[in-house]
Design a protein around this ligand. Structure first.
Ligand SMILES: *[C@@H]1O[C@H](CO)[C@@H](O)[C@H](O)[C@H]1NC(C)=O
Ligand SMILES: *[C@@H]1O[C@H](CO)[C@@H](O)[C@H](O)[C@H]1NC(C)=O
Ligand SMILES: *[C@@H]1O[C@H](CO)[C@@H](O)[C@H](O)[C@H]1NC(C)=O
Ligand SMILES: *[C@@H]1O[C@H](CO)[C@@H](O)[C@H](O)[C@H]1NC(C)=O
Ligand SMILES: *[C@@H]1O[C@H](CO)[C@@H](O)[C@H](O)[C@H]1NC(C)=O
Ligand SMILES: *[C@@H]1O[C@H](CO)[C@@H](O)[C@H](O)[C@H]1NC(C)=O
Length: 786
């Protein structure tokens, strides 16, 4: 890390302090669960790109699409393959494709891109088929998948190019798809195939080099007082037309079409008469380029007006690494389309076109509206009956003036680090009788962030590593009935339970985890999935542990103190959000030249007989304004006697032959307290800056944590947020210092904790949240200025 980088991290850290509305520590996952060998994984040798999934709870299957293969896997354990059907490209197709200059392995294969549920046990499957998209029925019966004989043209239903983003949804037996319609990938289309096939007009005002992300149906005709129609919503990003910007600027959009649309009579014949789009807003509190939508999930409610779209966004500038999640109310989007203003192109100067708010008269029936009671009152029962004026207007003005605001007015979650790639959301009924939306967010480095929003406060319960090596998660699917999450990557598909309550070993840990799936079972004394009963302790909003049984006081562990040795007393908090406090004879210990508190415990340097006595390690965790303190370990250091007493263990550090016994400065890298004494002045600029950062970061963290400044840089090493730097120090030290007995009552039962790291996923967690987006480019939204 160069000094400049360190300083850069710094500047980024100080600016967001003003954003007091954000609570920094909430963006750090409370637990980091590293890859476990028992993870259920499916992959087959030689097969790649497991990027399409369909959950068939009715058949007990996860249907998985990969390169040239479709699998039927057991929904309860995807490592069990029930059947496979291969769908390779023909030699002829392969030749044709390579002769057009495409790569044989990475492009001219059949990449399965669409899997849709059809009647009974049939799936409609589309693949890129060597740049010649093709669809086919696949049926599952008597334990076998079989591919139908009848191949269908997949143009417009599935991309030619496997790299291209695309989306589709099956509504009844009609496929709605959004993809490009030609070999070059230059002709985007939103298509409905079937008897009443419809498409978008090929104009840049409709779709401008789009990247399609997601489509789904909202059954808006249910109990609709306006007699409105069902709608298919589409999420994508595209080149903006509405901003003055020196360069191409991407924006995120939501678009929609009406299910009952059959096109126009003369104008817009065979084209959508109801295609409308609006910008999706998910802006950070500080100025930055619009962020780009990457995936969306529709959390459905039996009352469609209460359904919510959740979307993950990543920055469009490579200078930023801040991902966000925003939620959008379906009703709000609908209202914007139904009553909002349109944008219109205006030619300024000679050739330059600017899009501004349209303030002229809007024809009736309202352009872009579905056939509803208002249209029926005018004796228009199909879109074919719509007047040319309305149709011409919508053909020229598909873009709304206003952007769709996020549900809470701002992002639900802002997180620095590995980019978010996809998400699914589960609706969980907790013991308090309330439903909570639990977000599972996949990342570029193969982690899933499990997050939940409690009364406006976003809380990341845990992050779970799904792949041994960093694999971008390409797709995720949820099966609420089996309680499983499925993730696909180029490497393989993995399965993860939505909750693993056994991970929480104490009542306090279980309750502070604030996982709506889990509660502390008072009768059995374990953390387990909640069922409707009163014997569980759960406190999601407050993390109230008062219902937890009083835990037994820990018995101290006896150790012999050998004067002159360095002594390591292990203690690890079970939460990334906890701070560790050490007490010696009841008095707080601070990191200094003598004592060094790091993420893994306490290091006593050059111990002397004065250091004998009781040591207590406490984990202090805050939920809202409540502080919870828990004793994690107690040690009793006893002065050395000639004969080691029974029940006493010696904590040795160096062997006699080691030439570097008592001087901590010999240890590398220098310990944080080092700069206090003169003989350590030799440390380079880099180290000073690093140490300085650790101290200042500590101040910042402490300030944010406590809501006030306390000028004790010595607090640094205890803060959960600061584990980044301290871990490094520790790593190089453990090779030198070998405690004989690193066990404590906490560590004794940690079959689970063996897999739990507090290092996070290789990021610097202290720069976790809400750091200012240092893009530097503002963008101009000056439509009112002309
Ligand atoms: C696929 O199956 C459906 C019935 O589930 C049928 O209507 C359709 O024609 C079939 N398509 C092909 C290409 O075989
Ligand atoms: C398929 O997987 C390979 C191997 O990881 C990767 O290099 C390639 O980009 C993937 N192709 C697509 C279309 O995802
Ligand atoms: C969405 O907006 C509608 C109408 O304003 C409201 O009734 C509904 O409760 C909102 N949904 C959510 C999830 O806030
Ligand atoms: C538990 O049962 C009670 C009554 O039997 C009901 O009111 C409550 O909603 C249930 N809660 C959950 C979480 O199922
Ligand atoms: C530790 O030593 C004390 C006496 O100093 C003794 O009473 C106690 O039982 C010992 N504890 C253990 C766990 O051996
Ligand atoms: C260790 O402490 C003793 C006194 O307790 C002192 O004499 C000695 O110089 C110290 N050693 C180092 C390397 O600081």
């Amino acid at each position: 890390m160069s000094p400049l980088t360190v300083l850069g991290v710094f500047c980024g850290l100080f600016l967001p302090l003003s954003l007091s509305e954000y609570n920094t520590h909430n963006c750090i996952p409370r637990k980091s669960v590293l890859y476990q060998d028992n993870m259920k994984l499916f992959r087959e040798e030689g097969i790649w790109n497991y990027s399409t999934m369909l959950v068939r709870e009715d058949l007990g299957l996860l249907i998985l699409g990969a390169r040239e293969a479709i699998y039927a896997l057991d929904i309860k354990d995807i490592s069990i393959k029930k059947s496979v059907v291969n769908w390779p490209v023909t030699d002829e197709k392969l030749k044709e494709c390579t002769s057009k200059g495409k790569h044989a392995e990475s492009e001219c294969r059949n990449f399965i891109r669409a899997l849709h549920k059809m009647d009974h046990n049939t799936m409609y499957v589309c693949g890129t088929n060597a740049f010649s998209p093709t669809c086919v029925n696949v049926t599952y019966s008597e334990g076998h998948l079989t591919r139908g004989d009848r191949l269908e043209e997949g143009k417009g239903k599935c991309p030619f190019d496997p790299i291209q983003r695309y989306s589709s949804v099956m509504v009844g037996n009609e496929l709605y798809s959004a993809t490009s319609n030609n070999f070059l990938g230059s002709e985007p289309v939103v298509l409905r195939s079937g008897p009443s096939s419809l498409r978008t007009v090929f104009k840049s005002s409709w779709l401008n080099e789009p990247n399609f992300v997601y489509m789904d149906l909202v059954p808006e005709s249910d109990n609709n007082p306006e007699g409105d129609d069902d709608k298919v919503y589409l999420f994508f990003s595209e080149n903006a037309v509405e901003y003055d910007f020196y360069n191409k600027l991407l924006v995120s959009r939501v678009g929609r079409v009406c299910k009952g649309d059959v096109g126009g009579q003369r104008t817009l014949q065979g084209k959508w008469t109801s295609f409308l789009k609006a910008r999706l807003d998910c802006s950070l509190p500080e100025p930055s380029l619009p962020s780009i939508v990457q995936d969306v999930f529709l959390l459905k409610d039996s009352d469609w007006t209460k359904s919510v779209f959740y979307a993950v966004f990543t920055p469009q500038s490579s200078l930023s690494d801040v991902s966000t999640v925003c939620a959008y109310n379906v009703s709000t989007i609908g209202q914007l389309f139904d009553t909002g203003k349109f944008k219109t192109p205006v030619t300024v100067e000679t050739s330059y076109v600017k899009w501004v708010m349209y303030s002229g008269e809007v024809p009736t029936p309202r352009p872009g509206a579905c056939i509803n009671n208002a249209a029926r009152a005018l004796e228009m029962t199909r879109s074919l009956d719509l007047p040319d004026k309305t149709l011409q207007f919508i053909s020229d003005h598909p873009l709304m003036d206003e952007a769709v605001p996020p549900l809470t007015g701002r992002p639900l979650l802002v997180k620095k680090g590995a980019m978010f790639t996809c998400l699914v959301v589960d609706n969980v009924l907790a013991l308090d009788g309330e439903r909570h939306a639990v977000l599972f967010i996949g990342t570029e480095n193969g982690f899933v962030q499990k997050a939940v929003n409690y009364a406006g406060e976003m809380f990341i319960i845990e992050e779970i590593q799904l792949y041994r090596t960093p694999e971008p998660i390409k797709t995720m699917r949820l099966s609420s009935s089996t309680g499983q999450l499925y993730a696909g990557s180029d490497y393989g598909a993995v399965q993860m339970p939505l909750c693993d309550c056994g991970r929480y070993e104490s009542c306090l840990d279980c309750v502070l985890a604030r996982d709506p799936y889990c509660g502390w079972d008072l009768s059995s004394g374990v953390c387990s999935a909640v069922v409707n009963s009163t014997k569980f302790v759960q406190s999601l909003k407050n993390g109230d542990i008062s219902q937890c049984p009083k835990s037994d006081t820990l018995k101290p562990e006896n150790h012999t103190l050998v004067p002159g040795n360095n002594i390591k007393l292990p203690c690890q908090p079970d939460s990334n959000l906890a701070q560790v406090h050490w007490l010696f004879s009841g008095q707080p210990l601070l990191s200094g030249t003598k004592h060094y508190i790091y993420n893994g415990g306490l290091l006593i340097l050059n111990a002397s007989t004065n250091d004998a006595g009781p040591y207590t390690c406490e984990s202090v965790e805050q939920v809202n304004s409540r502080t919870h303190t828990r004793t994690m370990a107690v040690y009793e250091l006893q002065p050395q006697t000639n004969k080691a007493e029974e029940g006493t263990e010696t904590m040795t550090t160096y062997s006699h032959s080691t030439p570097l016994p008592h001087d901590p400065s010999v240890l590398e890298p220098p310990l944080p307290p080092a700069p206090r004494s003169d003989e350590h002045r030799v440390v380079g600029l880099q180290v000073s800056v690093a140490v300085l950062s650790v101290m200042l970061v500590g101040l910042v963290a402490w300030n944010v944590y406590k809501g006030q400044f306390r000028s004790k840089s010595s607090e640094t090493s205890g803060a959960g947020q600061l584990k980044g730097p301290s871990v490094d120090v520790q790593r190089s030290k453990t090779s030198e210092i070998k405690p004989l007995t690193p066990t404590s009552s906490h560590n004794a039962n940690n079959n689970h904790s063996a897999f739990i790291s507090f290092k996070g996923n290789g990021e610097h967690p202290f720069s976790g949240c809400n750091t200012l987006h240092v893009d530097g480019f503002g963008y101009i939204n000056d439509e009112s200025e002309i």
